[in-house]
Design a binder for this molecule. Structure first.
Ligand code: FAD
Length: 400
């Protein structure tokens, strides 16, 4: 059986940042990724050789320092692409656009702000904290749909201190960026020429103990390792840990998942009535949000990804609604692609559970990383991966 120092299960941002940070310190590392593609929730669809469209995550910031540091190690910081400044608009059922400021009641905000600023964030939900900050009306009209557009699910119960966390910035990178070939290209760059190995189409079926380390079972292979990083969605982690860490698995089973249905369309630049926009925010619509390619403009094509609420429209209904919003004809859609996105549906209680889980594993050669432990963003995942890699590297008793 092949043995390595660390096995990382999952080739999304959490897994790849973990792998890079462990390997750079000399550990032999193998990443096992179930799909043929790296990236997980970061999914750049490439319908034309020089045109991509994000079906999942789309924007990264220079506060995602642990991610940028490993990209710098690969010598690929110069491949970051600046996102041009274009705004977001709300869109109503008739397809009319409205600026976010038009939905703000300034008087309500001014009356709420002096009290709201002094509320503690920890232990409060997004709805509680932001309603306190700018008033309930402003929250309902402006912030609730805007945050739901960010998370592709209602953000009302989400822990307030897990949204928009302030982190040190890597100043040499653009403040807001994407990557050549889309954000998935950034993750591919982390793996190219990396000091760790990636095995694609390697779906992990079971994990068992092997001495002080672990044995990892794939469909047609088994590997062993001294340390393990589990970088998979939380509902995948639950069965994998059920026998090995039942206390952890039981807690993780209390994290529900939310789905959203992405549909991307590409059309000739002249075929839509929409002005250049970063995205649209749906209000009581079949979709939470629309993400565009306009921040990285292309001379010939424009692209739009609609993030639909699950189970509301079938394919024909989605195409019709997209055409209405774009003011386009369905025959003008040159490429269409669908994808299912899944994210944890987090509440304040999950912040407590996550702390309990991390405490249970504090001295174990197993690290849990991912978007359910301290926030959903790529940056939150990268920071968690960096912290856990450091913990594994300094863990006593496994290495001299
Ligand atoms: C629609 C959408 C838009 C978003 N927009 C942004 C954004 O603009 N900016 C931002 O910062 N964040 C954004 N996010 C959030 C962010 O993209 C994710 O939280 C983050 O990428 C999750 O990374 P991860 O590595 O923890 O998990 P994942 O990306 O889910 O990766 C897990 C990996 O594990 C693999 N896997 C699963 N089971 C197994 C198994 N048994 N064996 C081996 N491998 C397995 C999967 O194939 C996958 O590749 C967005 C998310 C979504 C869904």
């Amino acid at each position: 059986m092949e043995h390595c120092d660390c096995i990382v299960i999952g080739g999304g941002v959490s897994g790849l940042v973990s792998a890079a940070r462990l390997a750079v310190e000399g550990r032999s590392v193998r990443v096992l990724e179930a799909s043929a593609r790296l990236g997980g929730c970061i999914q750049s669809w490439r319908p034309e050789p020089d045109f991509w469209l994000e079906l999942g995550a789309h924007t990264a910031y220079n506060s995602y320092a642990p991610l940028l540091e490993v990209l710098e190690d690969r010598g690929r910081l110069e491949d970051l692409l600046l996102r041009e400044k274009v705004g977001y608009r709300f869109v109503d059922a008739q397809g009319r656009l409205q600026s976010p400021l038009a939905r703000l009641n300034f008087l309500e905000a001014a009356l709420s702000l002096p009290f709201g600023l002094f509320q503690a964030k920890a232990g409060r939900s997004v709805a509680q904290w932001f309603s306190g900050l700018c008033g309930q009306g402003n929250y309902r009209r402006l912030l609730a749909p805007a945050f739901a557009a960010v998370l592709s699910q209602s953000a009302d119960d989400f822990p307030a201190d897990w949204l928009f966390r302030k982190k040190p910035r890597l100043k040499k990178a653009p403040r807001k960026f994407t990557f050549t070939g889309g954000l998935q290209g950034l993750l591919e760059a982390l793996a190219e020429g990396a000091p760790f190995r990636v095995q694609h189409c390697a779906c992990v079926r079971a994990i068992t103990r092997a001495g002080a380390g672990f044995r990892v079972r794939l469909d047609d292979d088994e590997l062993s390792c001294a340390q393990l990083v589990l970088a998979v969605p939380v509902d995948v982690a639950v069965p994998l840990l059920a026998d090995l860490y039942p206390e952890v698995s039981r807690r993780l089973a209390r994290f529900p998942m939310a789905e959203s249905e992405a549909m991307g369309v590409v059309l000739a630049a002249a075929k839509t009535r929409l002005p250049p926009l970063a995205g649209l925010i749906g209000v009581d619509d079949a979709f939470w949000s629309v993400v565009t390619r306009d921040p990285v403009p292309h001379d010939t094509w424009r692209g739009y990804t609609f993030h639909f609420r699950p189970g509301v429209l079938d394919r024909a209904g989605k195409l019709l609604r997209i055409a209405q919003v774009l003011g386009a004809n369905q025959n003008d859609f040159l490429h269409v692609q669908e994808a299912l996105n899944r994210l944890p549906a987090l509440g304040v209680e999950h912040a407590v559970l996550a702390d309990e889980v991390l405490a249970l594993l504090a001295r174990e050669p197993l690290a849990l990383v991912g978007n359910y432990l301290n926030g959903l963003s790529i940056g939150d995942c990268a920071w968690r991966a960096a912290i856990e890699a450091k913990r594994l590297l300094t863990l006593k008793g496994v290495y001299p």
